[in-house]
Design a protein around this ligand. Structure first.
Ligand code: IPE
Ligand code: IPE
Ligand code: MG
Length: 245
């Protein structure tokens, strides 16, 4: 059973395995991404019901542009479908949608739908659902550094570059307080790597892997991983048998 007093505040998910799922079922890769969207919807609902405060999903990486034009445009079309069809439900559930990544470069239709979603849900106070889109951890840190240099030159900020300053300039930085670092990062499909996801924020995240392909991932599987996470001993470099200084 999940211990409701020890819920992760922020869960991040690398939704991997759509292509292999499609292959297994003898359908085009885009059909795998479509099945993946359905799984994502369920997990958003479930996260909201569990009272998780932040959910970040890796939807498209800065490296995924290497894929065929057909697959890339298929993924963005599906995203438009998702935000259009599910916007009202997200809104009703008090979900606030955010994007991590530079989405100015994605196709126009997808950008417009996303803008509408961000605007419509911006004052919601329930689950914050971050979609990592055209996201890469190294790209995020590089952009932050360039932005800091710009603001220093313009006299908007001064002094030393600190850990906190960098955090504030990342996509997870927020004028109303940063998104806390993910407590738990889940990756599906049996791959055990970060693939450039949340490199800065994931410094002390617990990692959970499952062999399930993303379209086969269910709320039950999700809850089982959260339960496993709750048994982890998180030390953050300190010692459990000694109070932190
Ligand atoms: C994850 O599934 C979704 C994206 C990267 C957009 P994949 O498409 O990477 O699926 P596999 O890894 O080929 O099975
Ligand atoms: C990571 O999956 C990106 C997303 C899930 C969006 P990939 O399938 O692109 O990662 P690699 O290539 O296996 O490392
Ligand atoms: Mg993959």
């Amino acid at each position: 059973m999940i211990d409701e007093s020890r819920m992760p505040v922020h869960v991040a998910i690398i939704m991997d395995g759509n292509g292999r799922w499609a292959k297994k079922h003898g359908v085009p890769r885009v059909a795998g991404h479509n099945a993946g969207m359905e799984a994502m919807k369920e997990i958003v609902r479930c996260s909201s019901d569990l009272g998780i405060k932040y959910l970040t999903v890796y939807a498209f990486s800065t490296e995924n542009w290497k894929r065929s034009q057909e697959e890339v445009s298929g993924i963005f079309k599906l995203l438009v479908k998702f935000v259009k069809l599910d916007l009202d439900e997200l809104d009703e559930k008090n979900v606030r949608v955010k994007v991590f990544g530079d989405y100015s470069v994605i196709p126009d239709a997808a950008k417009k739908s996303l803008d509408k979603t961000l605007e419509q849900t911006k004052d919601n106070t329930g689950l914050q659902f971050n979609i990592a889109l055209n996201y890469g951890g190294r790209d995020e840190i590089t952009r932050a550094v360039n932005h800091i240099i710009e603001d220093m030159k313009a006299g908007k900020i001064e002094g030393e570059v600190t850990d906190e300053l960098i955090s504030r300039y990342l996509y997870s930085g927020d004028e109303n307080g940063n998104v806390p670092d993910p407590d738990l990062i889940i990756r599906t499909s049996g791959e055990e790597r970060l693939s450039n996801f949340l490199l800065w924020q994931g410094a002390y995240s617990e990692l959970e892997f499952t062999d399930l392909l993303w379209p086969d991932f269910t709320p039950e599987a999700y809850k089982a991983l959260i339960e496993d996470f709750q048994h982890r001993d998180r030390r953050f470099g300190g010692r459990k048998d000694e109070p932190a200084k």
